[in-house]
Design a protein around this ligand. Sequence first.
Ligand code: GDP
Length: 359
Amino acid sequence: SNTEVLFGVEESLKELTQLADTAGLMVVGSTYQKLVSPNSRTYIGSGKVAEIKSAINALGVETVIFDDELSAGQLRNLEKAFGGEVRVCDRTALILDIFNQRAATHEAALQVALAQMEYQLPRLTKMWTHLERQAGGKVKGMGEKQIEVDKRILRTQIGVLKKELESVRKHRKQYRNQRLSVPVPVVSLVGYTNAGKSTLLNQLTGANVMAEDRLFATLDPTTRRVQTKNGKEFLLTDTVGFIQKLPTTVVAAFRATLEEISESSLLVHVVDISHPLAEQQINAVDKVLSELDVSSIPRLMVWNKVDKVSNPESIKLEAEKRDDVVCISALSGEGVNEFCNAVQEKLKDSMVWVEALIP
Ligand code: GDP
């Protein structure tokens, strides 16, 4: 009945679709249901379970992702209801999957692994009691013993990870100084998921650019080498995007995946200016950036998707009035040259600083 709430659900599902896409999954459909409160056994009602099950069969679905955190019991019951082959996961698990794929530094990888284990810990219990129940109570106590063993193993691993993280953090500064000795500036794209960061990355560089480039062949797939018309170059790197409903349990992991940006020469904040919540998204990104150690790094803001707004002229006027804002359409390529020029302008200052550090 409340259209605002409905809008929220649809926006959130759109974002979930985008996240699944980022994780390398192909989304074939989405659905939602309005309930007073989630079903304690299956999150959704039995009619909805049946509806999804027939879609699974019709479309050959392999994974069903829920846009909320599911309890261990709900995960298990849903998996059973959908049939053994189907993987059921929730938003948190999907986000952790993405962080895992995108963790570019050792520290980030450790932080993500830690979050994954902490996510698993409370979900172990029910899995084993389930097995026990399945065995008809014949092995009473077996499940419980197994839970204790598994939990102990997991806790030990968590402890080991935490220690390792501590020591990696201690040595971080050392690493950074080594990486700064590469005389090619690194430009990091930050912003909300769906803002158009990867579209911009692709617009600027052909995907095959790195093919026979040995120096940069070891870069992760989210970094590209951009050569501007006057022969200058910089590395453009995409970061894991911000997410509206970031579960608190994964905030530390998210920040760790972002920490690599403290090594960049310039931060480019990409905004979907056509988004109704653009301003709130900008503030949220700024807030997280202010908590990272990046205040000394120059910034450039990009208002993307100007082709999609109803009032492009006034948006462009507004951008012109402000320093450090460039309007573009990453999709059509409009404004991309201006963007490159602005990047180079910004880099001029920071390059002096980077070169000064090279012995
Ligand atoms: P990312 O999550 O920040 O990497 O966002 P993507 O680059 O994946 O873009 C998210 C969606 O926005 C995709 O469907 C793009 O096609 C679309 N998009 C990106 N840039 C533009 C743009 O300038 N104009 C329009 N209309 N759509 C865009």
